[in-house]
Design a protein around this ligand. Structure first.
Ligand SMILES: NC(=O)c1ccc[n+]([C@@H]2O[C@H](COP(=O)([O-])OP(=O)(O)OC[C@H]3O[C@@H](n4cnc5c(N)ncnc54)[C@H](O)[C@@H]3O)[C@@H](O)[C@H]2O)c1
Length: 412
């Protein structure tokens, strides 16, 4: 018996490799031919899964584009993307396509689990009818559950094994079956009563972060006007041993989860005549944060007697998060776009991102980037970048992450 994984991205691939490491046979399905070919050759497109780690379990993994190969699997875990449409509404396209394909392969006694982040009701309202086109009944002939992924790209202190896994099945028996599968790779499985509880718990985690980041970003703007050091404020508040969780301001929100997932819930809330104000407000504040950062760049250059037009501006770190090359929804892209629209000569350095093809930019070495720069902006503070050197060599530095505060550099 094997474990099937549908969607081999940031979520699905680590899951596949972890199951293989636990001694399971894995069948990984993805619609992307190139990805399947690379994985079959032992090349991982995900930084969190090193090539060597993938190669060590390759004998236990079969990667394919053919969903039909999942027919024999004991369990099928669905990890396809859940993006937004251009109008910022949930795009269930990949999820529905994957579910339709599964209706042709699902068999009696299989366990199917959705891991993709989505609004409450997706498993019951969307997956059940599609999967039941197979002629089998969900919760009776096969088990169905939702279990949100909690992967955090770049994080090493918690792994799939040590991060508790929430599981909510269509029936108590579905929960038990899904929990039994996950307990092979997770030390702590957390059963909940329904898929809806599991779906909403994941959104609560993401919305909690989004709202708190927005709050501290807004306070950073106010503190800037009031000429108060927001970082000192946060450090002081964080000495409270209870009732306070530290969040830091930054250039805005990036990654696949926080800028996208909360809007799945605000969309669903409308069906219940409710407007999810916190979600919308947090989205608004976080989306406008790059504009505030660019205003700070303008002010700093202005004080030095320079306009943005024609100034050479070095952006340090363009991925959305330190230590990884993930560009999805990165606020650096907005900052670059705004600076270029004002005539800035923008260059960048990021050891994780060799080029920004859509902006026609290639990453420069640190020294090359610093050459002739009027201002350096630390947008994402990668651990392997020598920020001390940046502070030494650049005439002006703006740090949006608080990493060089101890060096007296102007911060966000
Ligand atoms: N990236 C994260 O940190 C993270 C964390 C927690 C939860 N999630 C959630 O997990 C889900 C997957 O996210 P991800 O970051 O792994 O996405 P991803 O884009 O990295 O990977 C998704 C993969 O699914 C494949 N795919 C698309 N449609 C498919 C289909 N119909 N059949 C088979 N494969 C298909 C794509 O080719 C891609 O390889 C999303 O719902 C996301 O919100 C992501």
């Amino acid at each position: 018996m094997s474990i099937g994984i549908v969607g081999l991205g940031y979520v699905g691939l680590p899951l596949a490799v972890t199951f293989a490491e636990a001694g399971e046979q894995v069948i990984g399905v993805d619609v992307d031919h190139a990805r399947v070919q690379a994985l079959s050759a032992g090349r991982s497109p995900i930084e969190d899964v090193a090539d060597e780690r993938l190669q060590d379990v390759l004998a236990s993994c079969r990667f394919t584009t053919r969903t039909v190969e999942l027919h024999e699997a004991e369990a099928i875990l669905v990890c396809v993307p859940t993006p937004l449409t251009r109008n910022r509404e949930p795009d269930l396209g990949p999820l529905l396509a994957a579910s339709r394909a599964l209706a042709d392969v699902v068999r009696r006694d299989q366990v199917i689990v959705l891991e993709s982040t989505t609004f409450p009701g997706t498993t019951r309202e969307h997956l059940v009818p599609l999967l039941e086109e197979s002629g089998l009944r969900a919760g009776e002939d096969f088990a169905l559950a939702f279990s949100p992924e909690r992967v955090d790209p770049g994080r090493t202190d918690y792994t799939l094994r040590t991060t508790p896994k929430v599981v909510g099945g269509l029936t108590p028996a579905c929960t038990d079956r899904a929990a039994a599968i996950y307990s092979r790779i997770c030390d702590h499985v957390v059963p909940v009563s329904t898929p809806e509880v599991a779906e909403l718990s994941k959104l609560l985690e993401n919305i909690f972060r989004s709202v708190n980041i927005a709050l501290v970003n807004e306070l950073a703007r106010l503190a800037d006007r009031m000429d108060i050091d927001i970082w000192e404020v946060i450090e002081a508040a964080a000495t409270k041993p209870y009732g306070f969780t530290r969040f830091d301001p930054g250039p805005g929100m990036g990654g696949h989860c926080l800028p996208v997932d909360p809007f799945y819930l605000s969309w669903k809330a409308r069906e219940y005549d409710l407007s999810a104000e916190f979600i919308e407000l947090a989205g608004k504040v976080n989306q406008s944060q790059p504009y505030f950062c660019v205003e700070k760049v303008e002010r700093m250059l202005n004080e030095a007697g320079k306009p943005v037009r024609g100034s050479r501006i070095l952006i340090l770190g363009v991925s959305y998060k330190a230590g990884v090359g993930d560009m999805r929804e990165s606020p650096a892209l907005k900052i670059i776009e705004l600076l270029r629209a004002r005539g800035g000569d923008v260059v960048y350095h990021d050891p994780h991102v060799p080029e920004l093809a859509e902006h026609g930019l290639r990453g420069l070495g640190l020294d090359e980037g610093l050459e002739g720069a009027d201002l350096a902006v630390i947008v994402t503070a990668h651990p392997n970048v020598d920020h001390g050197r940046v502070v030494e060599r650049a005439p002006l530095v703006l740090d949006l992450r608080g990493t060089t505060r101890h060096l007296g550099v102007p911060q966000l």
